[in-house]
Design a protein around this ligand. Structure first.
Ligand SMILES: CC(C)(COP(=O)(O)OP(=O)(O)OC[C@H]1O[C@@H](n2cnc3c(N)ncnc32)[C@H](O)[C@@H]1OP(=O)(O)O)[C@@H](O)C(=O)NCCC(=O)NCCS
Length: 178
């Protein structure tokens, strides 16, 4: 049973994921190349069971997936203590540069707002131009830090309009039920 529909975008469905999607998320990460994994986790990760278990171990965390013909081709996660959240996301290489990264990140912000969270932050590798571009478009003000990463943070209520604008600009339509 697929999770609630959040948005549609040219052939893709963007849905909230749940524990029943744990295997699909694990398979998604296992299918990604090493550089993408490194950019996503800012470290080397080979086994994803613990990560997926942690994702669904708290009601304050949430995950959003983009599906093409039922297959997970992009995924984003919000880890939080129900007040302050951190977003991270990845898109399968064959589906990049179509706006999916931006749309998933924007939906992570909207879902955080819907859940009443206050702040959103993100960490990106300094060479990850696409991710930093997405963070800046969404108002996170990504700034370089020591150790080769960029960090950004913002009040979710303040950046919600930017998330809505980004969805429109990338051709995604929110579900009427959302
Ligand atoms: C980062 C990532 C999610 C981007 O996904 P995507 O679907 O290609 O993103 P979008 O299509 O929304 O592109 C976002 C912007 O980056 C630009 N962009 C995309 N790839 C780029 C690249 N390799 N170099 C420079 N800019 C790039 C796009 O043109 C777009 O800019 P625009 O909105 O001004 O037109 C994807 O590359 C990925 O999964 N990387 C591995 C995991 C990762 O890095 N996660 C992010 C850290 S949590």
């Amino acid at each position: 049973m697929p999770g609630p529909l959040l948005a549609r975008m040219s052939g893709y469905e963007l849905r909230l994921l749940g524990p029943e999607d744990a295997q699909a998320i694990k398979y998604f990460y296992e299918s990604l190349d090493q550089l993408s994994i490194y950019y996503r986790f800012l470290g080397i990760v080979k086994y994803f069971d613990a990560h997926v278990a942690r994702l669904f171990s708290s009601q304050c965390n949430y995950a959003i997936g983009a599906l093409a013909s039922g297959a997970l081709i992009a995924e984003g996660e919000g880890f939080s203590d129900c007040r302050d959240a951190e977003l991270a996301f990845a898109v399968m290489p064959d589906y990049r540069r179509r706006g999916l990264g931006t749309v998933i990140a924007a939906l992570l912000i909207l879902e955080a707002y819907r859940r009443g969270m206050r702040t959103m932050e993100a960490y990106m590798h300094a060479e990850n131009k696409a991710a930093i571009r997405i963070g800046n478009r969404l108002g996170l003000h990504m700034c370089p830090e020591e150790g080769g990463t960029y960090h950004g943070r913002a009040e979710i209520a303040a950046i919600r309009p930017l998330a809505l604008k980004a969805l429109e600009e990338k051709g995604a339509a929110l579900a009427v039920t959302y």
